[in-house]
Every structure is written in C-alpha cells, then in structure tokens.
Design a protein around this ligand. Structure first.
Ligand code: ADP
Ligand code: MG
Length: 536
C-alpha cells in the first residue's frame, strides 16, 4: 500500500514540496531547502531529497510518524545540524520551539523569555538583569501569550500548556521571521492543544512569520495549516498543495497512521544468554572479592602478642579516659579552659575562611574543568591539576604550609583552602555536568556564548548541589581543622596533641566532645539549609 503510494509520487517526477504557491496573501519566500539529505554518523539515513519552501505569513505543517525525520529536518533548517547534502536558504532570523521546550526550569517565566535576547546583550548586562526596554518587551510578550499573571513563577511550577507559552514567548523574543515548532502540542490535552495552535496561528498572522510546525494529529494539521507536507522515512511523500481535494489529505493521514502502526515499538535487543552465564559471573565476582581481602589481610603483620594484649589495653585506656581519681580531676581542673575554648573558636574561624576561599577558587576552576562548560582544550589539563591537588591530605598540606609560612593560623587556613579546592572542584564540576543539556543547548542555538550559557542555564540548576556541597565542606573542614594543630597549623589540635603527650586523656575526651558539639550543630544547620535549597 505504502510502496504503491510512494511509487505514484515517484512516477510524477516532481520534487514534492518544492512547489511555491503563488497565493498573493503570502509574502516573499523566507525559507527554502533543496535536496536536503542527512545521514547520521552511525549510518542512519534520516532525510533524503527533501525540498521545501515557506513564505512570510504561511503556515506549513509537517506530518509524519515517529522516526520519520521531522526533528532532523527542523534541525537542518535552523542550522543546528549540518545536512549531508543539499542546502538551506533563510531570509531573516529563525527561532525554534523544541519538543522538550528546553527551558531553565529553576528560573521565572520572565527570565526565560529574556534569555531570548542573550545573543544581542552583553554578559554583564545579562547579569545585571537585562535592559529596561527588553524587560518591557518580554512582559508584553508574556501578556500576549496569556501569562501576564504568571511572569514571576519559576517555570517548574507552570503547567504544560503554560510552559509551552513561555517557550513560544522566548522564541518570539529573538525577533525571528521564521518560526519552527517541533510537536508543540504533543504533551497537551485536546483543549490546550487547540489553544496553543490557535495562538501560534494568530502570532504567525500578526507578525507575518513563516511558520513550520511538526504535528502528529491530522485534524489539528488540517485546521491550522495552509499546506501539509507528509514525511515518511525521511522523504516528503505528500504535499497538500499538489492536489485540490481534501480527500487526498485524509489518504495521507491514513498512510502515516498505517506506517506508525506498522513500525511499532522497536524489538527488544536483549541478548539470549546461556543459563550458566549469571552464576558464572557471580562466582567470578566472589573469587575476585576474596582475593582482594586475602591480599589486604596479608599486609597486616599483626603479631600474636599485640593482638592478645589489645583487649585489656583498650579497657585500661577507656578507664583512663574518664576522670576517676582525684588526681585526674585535679589535672583536668588545671587545664586553661578559656584558652581551649578560644582555640576551638579559632578552629571554626579557620574552617569558615578556608572553606570560603576554597569555594571562591573552586567555582571558576570547576567551570573550566566541566565537560559541558569549559573550553575543550582546558578540560583535561585542568582535571589533572585538580586530581593532583586532591591526592594531598589536609595534614600534609598543613605541614607544607607550616614549612612555607611558619606555624600558626595562616598555614592552617591555606591548608584548608588547598584541601577544599581539591574536593569542591570535583563536586562542582560533577554538579555542572549533571545539568540536563536541553536548556544550555537551546541557549547555544539562539546565540548565547559559553559564559552566558553557564550563568543562565547551567548555574541555576547546579546551584542547590553546589551550595550544599559547600556546606558539607565546611562541616568536614571543622573536623579536618581540629587536627591541623598537631603539626603547628593553629586551632584546637595543638592542645589535643599536647594532652596526648601528657597522657591527660580526660582532657582529650573533653576536647573531642567539644568538637562533636560543633560538628553536630553544623550538621543540623547544613541539613536545614540544604532542605531550604532543594525546596527553593
Ligand atoms: P522524528 O522527529 O520524526 O521522530 P527524528 O528526526 O528524530 O524523527 O529521527 C529520524 C531518524 O533518525 C530515526 O530513525 C532516528 O532514530 C534517527 N536519529 C535521530 N537522531 C539521531 C542521531 N543523533 N544519531 C543517529 N540517528 C539518529
Ligand atoms: Mg521528533
């Protein structure tokens, strides 16, 4: 059936879709494609010999089953994809509304619409909140698409139809003459779908846009188009402008439906493995695990006497820890507690300053190392440097800085900063890389450079993870800072080392309890703050 229909078109020997309508109600041709072909690197031929032309004010709908090449076609039209053959001519700016919208979900509707101006405004201007005239225009556009009262809501709190309207407004903010919409109503109910199509229709007429929308629904296509092109396996197999009869439209729709039914979901690719495969893998993993433990224990070299003495020794030590005798109480009372509390505060101060410097320095370094942000040539060297920093433990950093700048708080702060950089950069670039690529890609497509994409699309979604790892680092640094004093880098560690030397274990216990209180308090605070961040 399909091949017969295809044969008919081939027999006509006409480049289907290429015919330009001479309808006087349309303006000049704004978008033209000829002989367009696209073969993906894996060999998939997604488009072949596609020709198309769209005039100002004309609404072209592309209908086709899933996988027929519709998104690929739009990608070639915007220039996001490079066609393997053929060419595309555009007269005027082009904007696309993606099927998955690709909005920055954490940001308000207004911010998202303002992103449409990123290609023409400077990074500094965009950081300071965009020009007043642009803000005014964005507000007007949001009013126009019916979102006047939801401008300041984060996109994540808007309904599907409302998000679609934000995406439309962002596209219009780019001042396009050609507007492409990839399945703009696929995820909407029938009522909302009609409303959105109606809106696109009006906008196209008001602004004399060349509108190309991809649709699944034949009824919608018929109501909201001047011309329907049917795509099947990368070829245009139907063009409503070639035939006068509406009956033929329905034939095309049936063709597409049949194809959709025929293609169905792809067959499962699971390999048939023999029955022994799973147990064999299990036994293999078990053997490797056992080998690792045997190897680890072989390095212990614990002699029998030491092992036998360990129990009673530990008992004696635990008894020493608690002040039992009056002599122990006296020694405890003799400790200068004021100084000790002072050194605990110093530990916290060191951690706050060290962590802050760490965060400030880790942020740009991580951006340079992240695969989806930094310049490609810097990513690998950056990672090598950061890995090297990370391999050095905080105590070794402290030793190095004490040697470099002398004992005291400065060495401690420097050690904590270096240590924090090592870990935070890893947390940060992983957070940056975990950001969904849709929104940054969309901003790239509309002309935003790397720093703008980072600031407006990557940072908003990475922010909670970045701030919460900063909090975690602070908590961790209080613990790390409390031992730095052992090597002379300031803080309470100095006293702990001293008490251990004097075998004043009750005092050591008090110090540990003090640190514990600080850590527990910080943990509660950071849990609270992280909770707020996730909700925000
Ligand atoms: P549609 O939008 O009509 O569903 P697409 O244009 O997304 O179709 O895809 C057309 C064909 O190209 C499909 O067979 C799809 O699997 C394939 N395809 C799409 N993108 C890629 C890609 N990046 N690499 C390889 N094949 C792709
Ligand atoms: Mg698609």
């Amino acid at each position: 059936m399909t091949t017969l229909a295809l044969g008919q078109f081939e027999a006509e020997q006409r480049p289907v879709g290429a015919i330009e309508r001479a309808d006087p109600s349309f303006g000049p041709v704004l978008l033209r494609a000829e002989g367009l072909g696209k073969v993906y690197p894996d060999g998939t031929c997604a488009l072949a010999e596609v020709a198309l032309s769209v005039r100002a004010g004309e609404r072209v709908v592309i209908l086709g089953a899933s996988g027929s090449g519709k998104t690929t076609l739009l990608g070639c039209l915007t220039g996001r994809l490079t066609p393997t053959s053929g060419r595309v001519e555009r007269d005027g700016g082009i904007a696309i509304i993606h099927q998955d919208l690709r909005l920055v979900r954490q940001r308000s509707a207004l911010s998202n619409v303002l992103h449409g101006t990123l290609a023409r405004c400077s990074l500094a201007r965009s950081m300071l909140g965009f020009a007043r005239s642009e803000r005014q225009r964005a507000r007007e556009l949001l009013e126009r698409v019916g979102l006047g009262d939801r401008m300041h809501s984060p996109v994540s709190r808007l309904s599907g139809g409302e998000q679609q309207r934000v995406a439309i407004a962002r596209a219009l903010m780019q001042n396009p003459r050609i507007l492409l919409a990839d399945e703009p109503v696929a995820s909407l109910d029938e009522f909302n779908a009609r409303q959105i199509m109606q809106l696109l229709d009006e906008l196209c007429r008001e602004r004399r846009l060349a509108l190309v929308s991809v649709l699944h629904d034949c009824d919608l296509a018929e109501s909201f188009s001047d011309r329907i092109l049917g795509l099947d396996q990368g070829r245009i197999v139907f063009d409503s402008s070639l035939t006068p009869s509406q009956r033929f439209d329905c034939q095309a729709c049936r063709l597409i439906r049949e194809h959709a039914a025929r293609s169905g979901p792809p067959e499962s690719m699971a390999l048939d493995r023999p029955a022994w495969f799973k147990p064999a893998v299990f036994a293999g993993v078990l053997l490797i695990g056992l080998a690792i433990y045997v190897w680890a224990f072989s390095g212990m070299e614990i002699d029998q006497r030491q092992l036998r003495g360990a129990g009673p020794g530990l008992g004696r030590f635990m008894a020493d820890l608690l002040p039992m005798t009056s002599a122990q109480w006296e020694r405890l009372a003799a400790v200068k507690w004021g100084e000790l509390v002072g050194s605990l505060f110093q530990t916290i101060q060191m951690s706050i300053i060290g962590t802050t410097f760490g965060v400030l320095l880790a942020w740009p370094l991580a951006a340079l190392a992240a695969r989806n942000v930094g310049p490609r040539y810097l990513q690998s060297p950056m990672r090598l440097v950061l890995n090297t920093i990370r391999t050095v433990p905080s105590l070794i950093w402290a030793l190095l800085f004490v040697a470099a700048v002398g004992p005291g708080v400065l060495a401690g702060v420097m050690a904590l900063t270096a240590y924090s950089i090592g870990y935070l950069t890893k947390f940060f670039y992983e957070a940056f890389e975990a950001v969904e690529p849709g929104a940054p890609d969309a901003l790239k497509e509309l002309g935003a450079n790397g720093p703008k994409r980072f600031l407006h699309a990557v940072w908003p979604s990475a922010r909670p993870a970045v701030l919460s790892s900063g909090m975690f680092m602070l908590e961790y640094n209080v613990r790390a800072a409390s031992v730095l004093g052992i090597v002379g880098a300031g803080g309470i560690g100095y006293y702990i080392a001293l008490f251990v030397d004097w075998r004043n274990f009750p005092a050591v216990l008090v110090c540990l309890i003090m640190i514990l209180i600080v850590v527990v308090a910080l943990d509660a605070l950071s849990t609270y703050i992280r909770g707020r961040l996730v909700r925000a």
